[in-house]
Design a protein around this ligand. Structure first.
Ligand code: FAD
Length: 490
């Protein structure tokens, strides 16, 4: 549907097409919008969530084919994740969770053209022969490097504290794997705030991590204080599916929101199929999509959102017969440092990471291509993409026959890349809540890209919305509802 020019706006509000008055309209049915809507519905508020596509979930897409379970978006939740734990418990999904597989013993990094195994344990990792003697001596000097209180790129931070070899062979591939990002442009304060905090508070990252480790000893597998990877037996889409079931008719699918306009009593939304009015609106979209909707309302905030880069990213899933891969695949996966000049950012050993991702006698790999490092590769045609990834699997993992299944998913806009101006952009976007009371933003560009960070941010925005509505009863109910939710029993 074509979005009309501003002058035609008044004609759109045909009273016959006007839908009922809502407390809150949520725009976007990814995990951010779903989590916000869920808490507000539980509080008894009149909520509708508008989703452009026929199904909710956004980036979270799990697909089963021929006994394989493919994750086209996120593969895992990373604990500690307090909001996500509450959500999982509230949705009675505790028993559907699965923990990282027992066969995950290493992480692999490519060096000199080979996948080299490194222990998961950070101490043994540091002591391993992966690094040159010079790099290890440089690491020992880390506690004596003076803190720098200002923000800087991840590359500068890593090279300053740990030396360039550690940057090239650990930090760069990690940033490629987590953010599909380029450490020479990303802000360390935005992407790894905990490292900047450790530097400030402990004077040393290594010392601070060792102290934190000593505190964390003990605890069970799902202890939310421990850093763990987990998912669900039927994949990550279990979460949006359960949210959609709970939300029921509060979800309006196939309903792109084209415009939001302030009114005396709140806002009007122009949605495919009609016009809705709402007291408050939560824009739960990726930054580039939020920019379009808020541009007529606040040009500076829209500009702040538009400037956050989202380089394209492709996800290639390959399923093989186990006997056709000579590598034991006994790890999380393999990451490629930029200095190794390969076409893939990293490959997850999906069937090792979580059980049930491949049928018996088969294995599954998920490769990530493009991102900020090589955006042009994210546009390779599916056949070329699958061939390139299989080539990597042949060279690094000893694949000796073609995959039985290959599937490529393209994300034209991949993950948000927080640059050195990110803090100012976010401050500008958050200021919209003061300049346009009743309009709220949430999403993966505000406070971390992970699914868990999106849930935390969505819960926080739901709380602010409910406070603003000043429905004494409803607000109190909501806090009771959330307070009652604890994490799953470990
Ligand atoms: C390939 C990939 C791998 C990832 N891996 C992990 C991982 O392993 N672990 C992890 O924690 N995180 C991971 N992430 C990050 C995480 O999945 C995302 O940050 C998160 O899912 C984003 O959720 P969201 O709701 O903010 O946005 P989205 O999921 O993008 O949802 C936005 C929704 O808004 C809808 N929409 C857009 N415009 C409109 C409109 N005008 N009107 C109505 N609806 C609209 C869209 O259709 C979409 O459904 C990964 C992401 C990707 C892409």
């Amino acid at each position: 549907m074509r979005v009309p020019a501003a002058g035609a706006w008044v004609l759109l509000f045909d009273p016959l097409k006007m839908k009922s008055n809502l407390d809150i309209a949520v725009v976007g049915g990814g995990i951010s919008g779903l989590s916000a809507a869920w808490t507000l519905v539980r509080a008894g508020l009149r909520v509708r969530l508008f989703e452009k596509r026929h199904a909710v979930g956004g980036r979270i897409v799990s697909e089963r084919t021929g006994g394989f379970l493919m994750e086209h978006g996120p593969n895992a939740l990373i604990a500690p994740a307090p909001g996500a734990e509450q959500l999982i418990s509230g949705l009675t999904l505790c028993d559907s969770r699965i923990e990282r597989g027992d066969r995950v013993r290493h992480r692999y990094l490519v060096r000199d053209g080979q996948a080299r195994a490194l222990p998961l344990d950070p101490l043994r990792f540091f002591a391993s022969g992966f690094f040159s003697l010079g790099a290890r001596l440089r690491l020992l000097a880390e506690p004596f490097i003076a803190p720098d209180p200002g923000d800087e790129t991840i590359a500068r931070f890593a090279a300053r504290r740990f030396g360039s070899e550690f940057h090239d062979y650990v930090v760069d591939p990690l940033v490629g794997g987590l953010y599909a990002g380029d450490p020479t442009t990303l802000s360390v304060a935005a992407v790894f705030p905990q490292l900047k905090r450790l530097e400030r508070d402990s004077g040393s990252i290594v010392g601070g991590l060792l102290r934190a480790r000593l505190h964390r000893r003990g605890g069970s597998a799902f202890d939310p204080r421990r850093r763990k990877l987990y998912s669900f037996r039927d994949g990550m889409a279990t979460l949006p599916r359960a949210l959609a079931e709970d939300l029921g008719t509060a979800i309006v699918a196939n309903a792109p929101v084209h415009a939001i306009r302030p009114t005396a009593a709140g806002f009007r939304l122009q949605v495919d199929g009609g016009v809705w009015s709402a007291h408050s609106v939560i824009v739960a979209l990726p930054a580039y999509a939020a920019a379009k909707l808020i541009a007529p309302l606040d040009a500076a905030a829209a500009e702040a959102a538009r400037g956050i880069e989202h380089p394209p990213l492709a996800v290639a899933f390959l399923g093989y017969r186990s006997r056709d891969i000579t590598h034991p695949l006994d790890g999380l996966g393999v990451l490629m440092p930029r200095v190794e000049r390969r076409g893939v950012l990293g490959m997850l050993f999906s069937s090792t990471l979580f059980e049930g991702r491949a049928p018996d006698g088969h294995v599954a790999l998920t490769a990530y291509v493009g991102g900020a490092r090589q955006p042009e590769l994210a546009n390779l045609a599916p056949r070329e993409m699958a061939a390139m990834v299989h080539d990597e699997a042949r060279n690094l993992l000893g694949a000796r026959a073609a995959p039985l299944l290959s599937r490529v998913r393209y994300w034209r806009y991949g993950l948000p890349q927080p640059g050195l101006d990110h803090a100012q952009r976010i401050a500008r976007l958050r200021a919209i809540e003061a300049s346009l009371p009743g309009l709220f933003v949430t999403g993966n560009y505000l406070n971390g890209v992970s699914t868990a960070a999106c849930v935390d941010e969505a819960f926080a925005v739901a709380q602010r919305v409910s406070e603003r509505l000043r429905y004494g009863r409803a607000a109190a109910d909501m806090f009771r509802t959330l307070d009652g939710l604890t994490a799953c029993e470990p």
